[in-house]
Design a protein around this ligand. Structure first.
Ligand SMILES: Cc1cc2nc3c(=O)[nH]c(=O)nc-3n(C[C@H](O)[C@H](O)[C@H](O)COP(=O)(O)O)c2cc1C
Length: 307
């Protein structure tokens, strides 16, 4: 069974922000996490409207800061900033399929097509920081180009300490099933990712020879899941207090006017599978006032969780 330091919470843009990471750590203080992806342009330009550019990671335990971009020097500068903010390692995004990142900016998944540039980015970032560097990638650009093994070899040669592999191609986006094959020998450590939801899924990745697992969407509305996946018991959890605590963290971080609409998706995920959740979601989506939101949440979650 994997230990805590082999279990990772995945980067999820717009979701795994500082408030959500704090909630995840309540249940799993020692697991590793990766921030949402951060643009090297936005970070080095110190864009004021992007709060995560200014996060302090020194109070966060094991945390990798993920950057994306196509210019080695800017990526290195961004990595240095994040190192000085307390990131424990730098993760380079080489899998994001969104056209704005991959085809327009030549970053993210595009680097699976341009291995020479990928290698230059990795070695420039490695030379710029003292902390470890990793990459996060996919099986390949499309079904005809599943050359992840080659990219991970290049990453290792350029100084990356490990890689995360999502078992889909760029062309698949998030459709179909994630399908990881047996990890070949001779590679740097590889963390398996994609559709992992249960202890059985974790064991399957372990039996394929991977060095750890990374979990993303299964954590939505279930921040205690990582703890269960490491084989630890979770005592009964007061979901109402948990949701209200998460809301307060979001309001502290973003302020009320941005925080209330931003929390709606979390409220919906927490309510999934509970009786009358669709009525709850409709109500929450209309509320803009904080006292009313807290009242509706308290009334709906006025029960103890069954986890
Ligand atoms: C809403 C959303 C946002 C994501 N944001 C990022 C990101 O910022 N960086 C990244 O490397 N991957 C990102 N991913 C991909 C996930 O980290 C992960 O690789 C993918 O969801 C598969 O894992 P899962 O099935 O456990 O969710 C995102 C995925 C989703 C659904």
């Amino acid at each position: 069974m994997f230990t805590d330091n082999q279990i990772f919470a995945a980067p999820l843009a717009g979701i795994t922000d500082k408030p959500f990471r704090k909630i995840l750590r309540k249940f799993s203080p020692d697991i590793s996490m990766v921030t949402e992806m951060i643009s090297c342009h936005s970070l080095t330009g110190q864009h004021k409207n992007c709060l995560r550019n200014f996060d302090d990671y020194s109070d966060e335990g094991e945390i990798g800061a993920q950057i994306f971009g196509a210019k080695p020097e800017l990526m290195a500068q961004a990595a240095k900033i994040l190192e000085s903010q307390g990131a424990k390692w730098i993760d380079i995004n080489m899998g994001c399929p969104v056209p704005k990142v991959a085809t327009k900016a030549g970053a993210g998944a595009w680097l699976m097509r341009d291995h020479a540039l990928a290698g230059r980015i990795i070695s420039t970032v490695v030379a710029a920081v003292k902390i470890p560097v990793s990459i996060k990638t996919r099986l390949g650009w499309d079904d005809s180009h599943k050359d992840w093994e080659k990219l991970i070899h290049i990453a290792g040669d350029a100084g990356a300490k490990f890689a995360v592999l999502h078992g889909r191609t760029r062309a698949q986006g998030y459709s179909g099933q994630s399908a990881l094959e047996q990890k070949p020998s001779g590679l740097i450590p590889v963390i398996g990712n994609g559709d992992i939801k249960s202890v059985e899924d974790v064991s399957k990745i372990e039996s394929l020879g991977y060095d750890g697992v990374m979990i993303g969407r299964a954590l939505l509305g279930k921040p205690w899941l990582l703890r269960q996946l490491t084989g630890k018991n979770t005592e009964s959890i007061d979901i109402k207090s948990l949701v209200l605590e998460h809301l307060d963290l979001v309001l502290d971080y973003y302020g009320i006017s941005a925080g209330v609409p931003l929390f709606r998706k979390h409220a919906a995920w927490y309510s999934a599978g509970i009786k009358n959740s669709s009525e709850f979601r409709i109500k929450v989506n209309q509320i803009t006032e904080i006292t009313e939101l807290k009242t509706v949440i308290s009334e709906f979650f006025n029960c103890f969780g069954d986890i």
